[in-house]
Design a protein around this ligand. Structure first.
Ligand code: NDP
Length: 266
């Protein structure tokens, strides 16, 4: 029987993961099927158990279940534990195992696709939700010299920062007078066509501004460009985190460049 995988979330119809994993499977010659499961908001564990019982080998987890997935797993990787969130479930072991590939995906997009080396850089991370949590440790591990987490609700930024040595957490009003070489927008403000209320001074001359949101230009990217920054959306992160999940499941790392180029219509 062909090995079966899927993305689970709510909503999930918009997900590009089935298409991306089909491309990876074709390119690497791996015989897999990859579907999508919309689980009821109160039915995540039940939906996972059903998929597992029917022979499903693994799941990608998306909004709003990443934290529940972490709690659901009997065992998890160190990067999932650092994030307290799981986006990749391995279901073929005796007990469900969780991993988190979001941070690796971001770091790889920054370094391999965008040519931005994190070593020694000053990084601002806007947002303190699930996406932000997943990338703090990978950004530090890649050598960021300073990492500031800023969020609309400052207490959440402080609580997230406090879990990592040397990371500073604050509200947007705590950013006056500091400039960064990389500004990552991990808020969902773009979904409502808004930008996080960052002071313009955070964008150091020639810095890279990265919005995790993809598929649209956002007020954050427009604000960054107006301040002289280079701007990128999060499509590369999406493809790279998928490739990392594929590697976890199949032991093969697919080439991401052709898939990213196709998604960008190039
Ligand atoms: P969460 O719901 O967990 O967190 C939302 C965050 O956005 C919070 O920090 C919240 O602040 C902030 N926020 C929401 N609206 C506004 C606003 N109008 N102004 C300022 N801050 C705001 O979402 P996630 O962390 O899971 O996702 C964040 C974004 O990252 C989403 O757009 C998602 O699509 C994207 N993403 C992209 C990935 C990729 O592969 N490219 C992977 C994962 C996520 P507060 O705490 O004050 O409410």
């Amino acid at each position: 029987m062909t090995d079966r995988y899927a993305v689970i979330g709510n909503p999930v119809a918009h997900s590009r993961s089935p298409w991306i994993h089909a491309e990876f499977a074709r390119a690497t010659g791996q015989a897999i099927e990859y579907g999508q499961i919309e689980a009821p908001l109160d039915g995540f564990a039940r939906a996972v158990e059903e998929f597992r019982a029917s022979g499903g080998k693994g799941l990608n987890v998306t909004l709003p279940f990443k934290e529940e997935a972490f709690r659901y797993c009997a065992d998890s990787s160190s990067r999932a534990r650092a994030a307290e969130a799981v986006n990749t479930l391995v279901l073929e072991r005796a007990a469900p195992y969780g991993d988190n590939t979001d941070g690796a995906g971001l770091v790889r997009d920054l370094e391999a696709n965008l040519g931005f080396s994190l070593g020694g850089k000053r990084v601002l991370l806007a947002g303190a939700g699930g996406a932000a949590r997943g990338v703090v440790e990978p950004l530090l591990a890649a050598g960021a010299a300073r990492l500031v987490v800023a969020n609309r609700t400052a207490t959440k930024a402080r609580a997230l920062a406090a879990r990592f040595a040397g990371v500073h957490g604050c509200g947007y009003d705590g950013l006056a007078g500091e400039a960064f070489e990389l500004v990552v927008n991990a808020t969902s403000a773009g979904l409502s066509n808004e930008a996080p209320a960052l002071p313009r001074s955070v964008f150091r001359d020639g810095c890279l501004a990265y919005d995790m949101l993809y598929g649209r230009d956002t007020p954050f990217l427009a604000m960054a460009r107006a301040a002289g920054a280079r701007a990128s959306d999060g499509l590369g992160m999406l493809v790279e985190q998928a490739a990392e999940s594929f590697l976890v499941w199949r032991g093969v790392r697919p080439d991401t460049a052709p898939v990213l180029a196709k998604l960008r219509g190039r």
